[in-house]
Design a protein around this ligand. Structure first.
Ligand code: HEM
Length: 404
């Protein structure tokens, strides 16, 4: 008898893009039948259950975030990665995170609220009275990009460029080719060179003439006599430009999609916006914006019933963990009063999302304004989604409106 291939067993990530429903069905099947699964063709291990995913994220010694051994050495990529704390392990991660956390405090984020309100108002005013808008280009994308650009002190007019960088760096990596090969590294290097040069010019400007912005604070931040060098700041600025963009946009579109699907929840939130924070957490669980987190094993390690050898890529599926019936009662019910709600959408452990307070603030403000201005909103024809193997959310979301 010939052995079945991974494709025949249905354990492989399909070659074509996948929608969220297909992925959820796959996750459900795999949590039951093969909670840890090796996909030899893609060269990755998949992990589906909440307890296993959480354990992987909590153990950076065994499950490393450093993939440099897979990448052919390349100057622009190395430079970009030097300050990218998402791709660092302890002790370098701790040094970088301590330094950037000093500049990116909850106080700094809270002080942004009036600006976030003003930017949201401006974007909504530009569409005043329109019967239909396209939520992504009219609000969900420009809002987080403008906020990050202002935080960093970068001109908001340059934001189409950030969008282009994000599209070429974030989306493909998180979708099909999990192991960066030489060709991919070359194409990434071209984008990174452009991004590094842009960021460096900005950083040098702030070293010469500090202002009231995050880059000026990063330039000055110091822990135990240590400062960040230019390359480390480049990596962090680049990470912020990419990390805070697609994910926050996706979350806002996901809230709108959920409210469209559950009109009783929309009515309850209109009547009392105090339920918004709980609703946002449930949307984060129910439609997980960043579907997998990626790690590399540093030693042979037992996960569930299997031993994953050293040097393997592991995809810890946050989107599957968030629907695990072992952790969440009635996981497929959308329940904005779910408590506790230990979803893993913002990560877990040392890499827990640094921008979580900012993302929550932006989306809450945007929703309060949307519910206040529009007595009705319904999703129109022509919604386009990201590939749900990487990002769960809409990249085009027509909305029909009634203004109050
Ligand atoms: C890390 C999700 C918004 C900055 C992470 C991680 C996740 C995540 C899952 C951990 C990844 C891992 O462990 O492999 C999200 C989601 C967001 C969001 C779903 C929106 C709803 C933001 C924003 C910013 C940001 C707005 C900044 C402006 C970061 C940074 C890290 C990170 C710097 C790396 C932290 C570290 O490695 O120590 N995010 N994020 N994120 N996020 Fe977010």
């Amino acid at each position: 008898m010939t052995e079945m291939t991974a494709t025949e067993r249905g354990t492989r990530l399909a070659d074509q893009s996948a929608d969220a429903g297909t992925m959820l069905a796959w996750f459900r099947r795999m949590r039951e039948s093969e909670p840890v699964s090796h996909d030899g063709e893609a060269g990755v291990w998949h992990v589906f259950r909440h307890s296993d995913v959480e354990r992987i994220l909590a153990d950076p010694g065994t499950f490393s975030s450093d993939f440099s051994s897979f990448m052919p050495a390349q100057e622009d990529v190395d430079r970009f990665i030097k300050g990218n704390l998402l791709r660092k392990d302890p002790p370098q991660h701790r040094k970088l995170r301590t330094l950037v956390s000093k500049a990116f405090t909850p106080g700094v984020v809270a002080r942004l609220a009036p600006r976030i309100e003003a930017i949201t108002d401006e974007l909504l005013d530009a569409k005043a009275g329109a019967e239909e808008i396209e939520l992504v280009s009219d609000l969900a994308s420009p809002l987080p990009v403008t906020v990050i650009a202002e935080l960093l002190g970068i001109p908001a007019e340059d934001r189409p460029m950030f969008g282009r960088w994000a599209d070429s760096l974030v989306a493909p990596e998180s979708q099909t080719s999990f192991i960066p090969n030489e060709e991919r590294t070359k194409s990434m290097a071209i984008v990174m060179r452009e991004m590094n040069a842009y960021c460096l010019e900005h950083i040098r400007g702030r070293r010469a003439r500090p202002r009231e912005d995050l880059v000026s604070e990063l330039v000055a931040a110091e822990v135990d006599g240590q400062r960040l060098d230019d390359d480390e700041i480049i990596g962090f600025v680049g990470l912020l430009l990419l990390a805070g963009h697609i994910t926050t946009t996706a979350l806002l579109t996901n809230v709108v999609l959920c409210l469209d699907e559950y009109p009783e929840v929309a009515a309850a939130l209109r009547a009392d916006t105090a339920g918004l924070p709980g609703a946002m957490e449930e949307v984060l669980r129910f439609r997980t914006p960043l579907a997998p987190s990626m790690r590399r094993t540093t030693r042979d390690v037992r996960v569930g019933e299997l031993t994953v050898p050293a040097g393997q890529i592991v995809l810890a599926w946050l989107a599957s963990a968030n629907r695990d019936e072992r952790r969440f009662p009635a996981p497929d019910s959308f329940d904005i009063r779910r408590a506790p709600n230990p979803h893993l959408s913002l990560g877990h452990g040392i890499h827990f999302c640094l921008g979580a307070p900012l993302a929550r603030l932006e989306v809450r403000i945007a929703l309060e304004k949307m519910l206040g201005r529009w007595s009705e909103m319904s999703v129109g024809e022509g919604v386009e989604y990201h590939d749900a193997r990487g990002i769960v959310g809409a990249k085009r979301l027509p909305l029909q409106l009634q203004w109050t």
